[in-house]
Ligand binder design. Sequence first.
Ligand SMILES: Nc1ncnc2c1ncn2[C@@H]1O[C@H](COP(=O)(O)OP(=O)(O)OP(=O)(O)O)[C@@H](O)[C@H]1O
Ligand SMILES: [Mg+2]
Length: 345
Amino acid sequence: MLEARNVFKTFRPSLGIAGEIRKLFGRAPQGGTQAVRGVSLQVFPREILGIVGESGSGKSTLGRLFSSLLLPERGEVLFEGKNLQELTKAEKLLFRRKVQFMFQDPASSLNPRLTAGRTLAEGLVIHKIGNRASRQKRVLELLGEVGLDPSFARRYPHQFSGGQRQRLSLARALSLNPEILIADEPASALDVSVQAQIVNLLLEEQKVRGLALVIISHDLALVSLIATRVAIMYGGLLMELIPQDLLGHINHHPYVKALWASAESSLAKEQNLILEGEPPDPENPPPGCPFAPRCPEAQLICQESSPPFKEDIPGHSVACFSRGESAPAPPEASPQPLTLGNQSR
Ligand SMILES: Nc1ncnc2c1ncn2[C@@H]1O[C@H](COP(=O)(O)OP(=O)(O)OP(=O)(O)O)[C@@H](O)[C@H]1O
Ligand SMILES: [Mg+2]
């Protein structure tokens, strides 16, 4: 449905006049933050794909590349087999309806000057859907769907709590009936009970609407409960792609082992990670595996060259030179609703 093929994205500092002139003469600017460094990943219809990694690993950048909010400098993103950069105007408009992105920080992604009602109607107006009356009806339906009172239509974003703003953000993403929803850290800024409400709401919408849901999160414990596949990123690269039923049951990439150990230990989970050392400098990533400097299993080769990202079991891929034999897979599990804290809306 949606596919990234070997995509790269580097954020370069502004060039200045001298740099712009050099660029005119075909000299590519050097340096910058290498946020995504060659990622290939597919999103399948109706799946829940988790993208997990530490802060700065390139998750949001990959999500933005998927939703065409950023363009890759190398590689391509395809929607239903077509390169996003080659879509016609009409196809682009359709893509913008079908693929929606929920921003990591809803407070800054919602227009502070628009009421919730206008925020929700905006997409319908842009896409010329319905008339004034039908749009108003739709706005109230959407508010109800995400558990917000109809009176909230007249409120401005600053008059919402964090959890309510996230609900509004979800309602806006759903307003155009998308087929793919990319939710960037949908719950990380919220307390545990509200987190569970938002995640359960997302799961409910995914199920009812048959959406493909991409959840970007630093929280492997949470994602492992709900995602059908989990992609693990580190230093702008994919380290491992794991079907849910294999998670915790195979010999994982050393980085994933550390993440999984911390996800399983509640104390370590509170501290987020039990890894020592720092992630790589995105402006100057190491030549080999980006995790090698922190990896307890690193060999000489890991410092020198980047391990290829290869499928070893059907549906499972890993980028690591020191992989052992994998244990057999346990029976299949299906996503469970979260049971953290208070479940009421
Ligand atoms: N617009 C930008 N301009 C310059 N650098 C950027 C920009 N967006 C992201 N970066 C850099 O790219 C790298 C990857 O950032 P990204 O936001 O994708 O990480 P992330 O995995 O989503 O992190 P987090 O968990 O903190 O949200 C970081 O080093 C970040 O500083
Ligand atoms: Mg992010």
